[in-house]
Design a protein around this ligand. Structure first.
Ligand code: AGP
Length: 605
């Protein structure tokens, strides 16, 4: 992950670098650093922790160079300390890096033999010293190319030089990088979000591309060192969506916006007049699909598991779900009648992108469901279904989970209708029910106060369990993921029927167990599993759309969510679980938007 920024200008760039780094903190916040050229020399400043700390250092000791690079780190090689913070500089060059250099040990040994000394434990420093070495014999572009040829692994780089003190160089292989164009200055950034406050004119680098920025121009080179022209895109302005407004943190804003997320997404896909779903130029005729393979990581994977139940219920298509980091290394038998769907909020997740690349290499039909439409996954896949959720800043995925599930559900009912697996009237009913969803989400959001009370029960707990069957099982997984990532409390999500095969041993007096039991075909079974938990001392929080007082006996808390079509319950079940995780984390004073050890966009393996 890590975030990179670079600015080539004629005026001091430190303030803009700091502001952009603050935007990039969602990619990593173990340390931060900046390097500029001051009086002909590289001036490097770095700190452990947040960009605020770096800002304080610069306030006391300004760095007024007219070009520079900055970095926020998510540690891979070497602990998060000052020495390992980027940039990594020699007398001659300063480098910021996102990615992993897989052969860094070997390169390090060779450089040490030549007499170079390392100051950090990072893989990045080999780039600094290789480049320093090649610059003794080669000009700028050749020295960079010689260096890049030596590197195995993935990188996005930002580099400044003592000798070539008017240029910022960027290079991409496997990690995202964009160039922005401003009046009398140009920018380099890990994503358009970091650059948006300065420009809306963006070019995305492709793998193998190199760019050389000065204040007045940008030049691009391809793998073969040939100068190339690249497309300049004009981005839409969604500045307000990326502001916290009156909310305490981005996560509470993003949870509370979910009715709007749903409304926007439904409007984008459902033709209000024709009561139909728009799906033009789909990469494969739904009638000939043999199998659908759904691939993602983390929360995105949970939306895929949820979709498996929808597709199986609504179509006769075989469905497989895979975690991207597993899929990319499996021996897959590809079939031209299979459809491979990649789900990702950021569209930059390295494992998901690699799994997509594998499909592309095997000429498989691919489609992506992303939030960031300019992302690598969106650009690599044959067909993109955006979720239209607007920027999500909190590291925990909330509104984008709702958005991913919505697009998958919409796709499932459309494919089912095209294949004539549901009748036209069922299809229209499903669309009508779907249109009610934003209001139902809004009603469900009214459980805020209750979830805050329930959260107190989790403070003394050693862990928690989330149980559900059918469509509630993936939501149990997601509830557990949200709780662990935000509150650092151990949590397990399980199919309720699986408890007796082992996890029931975890139930002890007072352990909070969240039971997801909508009134669907699993209801009675789930309630029996709940009784087994109660009999062993579990403190049950029952979430259901059925208000049956008898069932609620011996249950510590019952939360009633609105009734809806069975297939839509996952959307409503999700909301109390997000709020639960939010309030437990908040009571524990955890950093809500930036949980420890994590980052929003996971661009390393
Ligand atoms: C969960 O809250 C996380 N944000 C994480 O699991 C995330 O879903 C995963 O890293 C995949 O990210 P993506 O959707 O950007 O591909």
């Amino acid at each position: 992950m890590c975030g990179i920024i670079g600015i080539a200008s004629n005026k001091s760039v430190a303030t803009n670098i700091i502001q952009s780094l603050k935007k990039l903190e969602y990619r990593g916040y173990d340390s931060a650093g900046i390097a500029t050229i001051v009086n002909g020399d590289i001036d490097e400043k770095k700190c452990i922790g947040r960009v605020d700390n770096l800002e304080k250092i610069l306030f006391k000791n300004p760095s007024n160079g007219p070009l520079g690079i900055g970095h926020v780190r998510w540690a891979t090689h070497g602990i998060p300390n000052q020495a390992n913070a980027h940039p990594h500089s020699s007398e001659e060059v300063s480098v910021v890096h996102n990615g992993i250099i897989e052969n860094s040990n070997e390169l390090k040994k060779n450089l040490e033999k030549k007499g170079y000394k390392f100051k950090s434990q990072t893989d990045t420093e080999v780039i600094t010293l290789l480049l320093t070495d090649f610059l003794k014999k080669f000009d700028l572009i050749n020295a960079i190319n010689k260096t890049l040829e030596k590197l195995n692994g993935s990188f996005a780089l930002g580099i400044i030089f003592k000798k070539y003190n008017n240029v910022v160089v960027g290079a991409r292989r496997g990690s995202p990088l964009a160039v922005g164009y401003g009046p009398e200055e140009n920018y380099l950034g890990s994503d358009s979000y970091a650059l948006k406050s300065m420009t809306n004119k963006i070019t995305y680098l492709d793998d193998g591309d190199l760019c050389v920025l000065t204040s007045g121009k940008v030049e691009f080179y391809n793998l073969k060192n040939i100068k190339i022209n690249k497309e300049i895109l004009t981005l839409s302005n969604d500045k307000h969506a990326a502001e916290k407004g009156d909310y305490k943190d981005f996560m509470s804003k993003e949870i509370n916006e979910q009715n709007i997320t749903a409304k926007t997404c439904i409007k984008e896909y459902v033709d209000q007049l024709k009561q139909d779903i728009n799906l033009y130029n789909f990469p494969i005729k739904p009638e000939i699909i043999n199998k659908i393979v759904l691939i993602g990581c983390g929360t995105a994977y949970h939306s895929c598991v949820t979709a498996k139940y929808w597709f199986e219920e609504l179509t006769n298509i075989a469905i497989e779900v895979d975690i991207a980091s597993e899929f990319r290394y499996r021996k897959i038998i590809f079939d031209s009648n299979n459809l491979y769907i990649f789900v990702s909020q950021s569209g930059e997740t390295a494992d998901t992108l690699a799994a997509l690349d594998l499909c592309k290499k095997n000429k498989a039909k691919t489609c992506s469901i992303v939030n960031v439409v300019e992302s690598s996954i969106a650009r690599t896949s044959e067909f993109v279904l955006p979720i239209h959720a607007g920027p999500e800043i909190g590291v925990a995925s909330t509104k984008t989970f709702i958005g991913q599930m919505l697009v998958l559900y919409i796709l499932a009912i459309k494919i089912s209708e095209v294949r004539k697996e549901i009748s036209r009237s069922d299809y229209t009913n499903k669309i009508n029910e779907l249109k009610k969803l934003p209001d139902l989400i809004q009603n469900t959001l009214n459980c805020q106060d209750k979830m805050q009370i329930i959260a107190k029960d989790f403070l003394q707990a050693r862990g928690a369990m989330f149980l559900g069957r059918g469509l509630s099982f993936p939501i149990a997984l997601e509830g557990a993921l949200k709780l662990k990532e935000l509150s650092y409390l151990h949590a397990e999500g399980y199919p309720a029927g699986e408890m007796k095969h082992g996890p029931l041993a975890l139930i002890e007096e007072g352990l909070p167990v969240v039971i997801l039991a909508p009134k669907d075909r699993y209801f009675e079974k789930t309630i029996s599993n709940m009784q087994e938990v109660i009999a062993r001392g579990g403190k049950v929080i029952l979430i259901s759309n059925e208000s049956n007082n008898i069932i609620s006996e011996n249950v510590r808390f019952t939360l009633k969510i609105p009734a809806t079509d069975d297939l839509l319950t996952p959307f409503l079940m999700t909301i109390p679980l997000q709020l639960l995780a939010y309030h437990v984390a908040s009571l524990k004073n955890c950093d809500i938007d930036k949980p420890r050890n994590l980052a929003k966009s996971v661009t390393v393996e």
